[in-house]
Design a protein around this ligand. Structure first.
Ligand SMILES: [Zn+2]
Length: 278
C-alpha cells in the first residue's frame, strides 16, 4: 500500500524524469545507467512544445519554517532575506546546523567526515552535481554517515536572471544524480551565493526541495586563516543557527583545521549539531 511519503517520492521522481526528458540530465544518468531499481525506468519525453508542468500545490511537509527576522546578508551576491528561505531553524535544545557547500571533494570531504564522525556529529552537505558526478562513492560516504545530502546546483551559476529552463536543469540534474546514487532525491537546496529569486524559489519548490540559507557565514571562502574561521563560527553561533562552510570549491585546509578547533568547543558549550531535516 502506498503511503503519503511513497506518493510524494513518486511525484518527485516524475518531476525529475521530466527534467531528464528535457535533455538536461544526459551525462549524469549515462554514467549511472538508466534506472536504479532493476526494471527499465520509463523515460518521460515531453512534447517539444509541452508547457512546463504547473507547480505542485504548496507541499507543506517540505517547507522548513524559518524564524522571522533572521537575515543572511553575507556571502558574495547574497540576496535580501526571503520569507521562504530558512536561515535559522528550531532553536530548541541548542541545536545548530553545520553545512558544507561546493563539494564533494576527494581530499577535503573525507577529512571533514572523519572529524564529524569522531565527535558523533551530523551535518548537511550541499553538493555540486559537476563535482559529485565523478565521485558517487563520496556521496554514499556522506549519506552512510547519516549526514543530509542536499542540492547546490549542477555547475554553481548565479541562478537569478537565468532562463527558467536553465534553472530547472541546474537544480533538476543534481537532484536526479543524487536520486540515482542514493535512491532518494534531496529535499533541500541552496542557491549559489545564497542568491534566490521568485523563479528559482518556485522551481526549487516544484522539485520538492526547501530553500536553505544561513545565519552564520564562517567566511572560510575568504581564506582568512583557520583561527579566524573558528572565531567567526564561535562568535556567530546561536541556538537554531545554520552555519555556512565549504568542503570544495577551493583550497579548504583552513576549513578543516578550523572545524577541528571549533567543533569540540561548540559541544562543550552545549550545542548539538544536527542535519537539517525538512
Ligand atoms: Zn557554493
Amino acid at each position: 500500500m502506498a503511503t503519503e511519503s511513497d506518493k510524494r517520492t513518486t511525484t518527485r521522481r516524475r518531476l525529475l524524469q521530466a527534467v531528464v526528458g528535457l535533455g538536461a540530465l544526459g551525462a549524469g544518468r549515462a554514467l549511472f545507467g538508466v534506472g536504479d531499481s532493476g526494471g527499465p525506468e520509463p523515460q518521460a519525453v515531453p512534447e517539444p512544445q509541452a508547457r512546463p508542468r504547473p507547480p505542485e500545490p504548496p507541499a507543506a511537509a517540505y517547507r522548513l519554517r524559518p524564524m522571522a527576522g533572521e537575515t543572511s546578508r553575507s556571502g558574495p551576491g547574497a540576496a535580501a532575506p526571503h520569507a521562504d528561505i530558512a536561515y535559522t531553524l528550531s532553536a530548541g535544545r541548542r541545536e545548530v546546523f553545520l553545512t558544507f557547500d561546493d563539494g564533494p571533494h576527494p581530499r577535503y570531504t573525507p577529512q571533514i567526515l572523519r572529524i564529524l564522525r569522531r565527535h558523533r556529529v551530523r551535518a548537511t552537505f550541499f553538493v555540486i552535481g559537476e563535482n559529485a558526478v565523478g565521485f558517487p562513492g563520496l556521496l554514499r560516504a556522506i549519506a552512510e554517515d547519516g549526514h543530509a545530502v542536499a542540492n547546490h546546483t549542477w555547475s554553481h551559476p548565479q541562478l537569478t536572471g537565468l532562463p527558467p529552463d536553465d534553472v530547472r536543469s541546474e537544480l533538476g540534474r543534481t537532484s536526479a544524480l543524487i536520486d540515482d546514487v542514493l535512491g532518494a532525491a534531496p529535499n533541500l537546496a541552496r542557491a549559489p551565493y545564497g542568491a534566490w529569486d521568485d523563479l528559482s524559489l518556485s522551481i526549487c519548490n516544484e522539485l520538492g526541495m526547501s530553500p536553505v540559507g544561513w545565519a552564520t557565514d564562517s567566511l572560510d571562502w575568504t581564506l582568512p586563516g583557520a583561527e579566524n574561521i573558528a572565531d567567526a563560527v564561535l562568535a556567530g553561533i546561536r541556538p537554531g543557527g545554520i552555519v555556512l562552510a565549504h568542503d570544495g570549491g577551493g583550497p579548504r585546509r583552513q576549513t578543516v583545521e578550523a572545524l577541528r578547533w571549533y567543533l569540540p568547543r561548540l559541544l562543550d558549550d552545549g550545542y548539538r549539531p544536527v542535519p537539517i531535516e525538512p
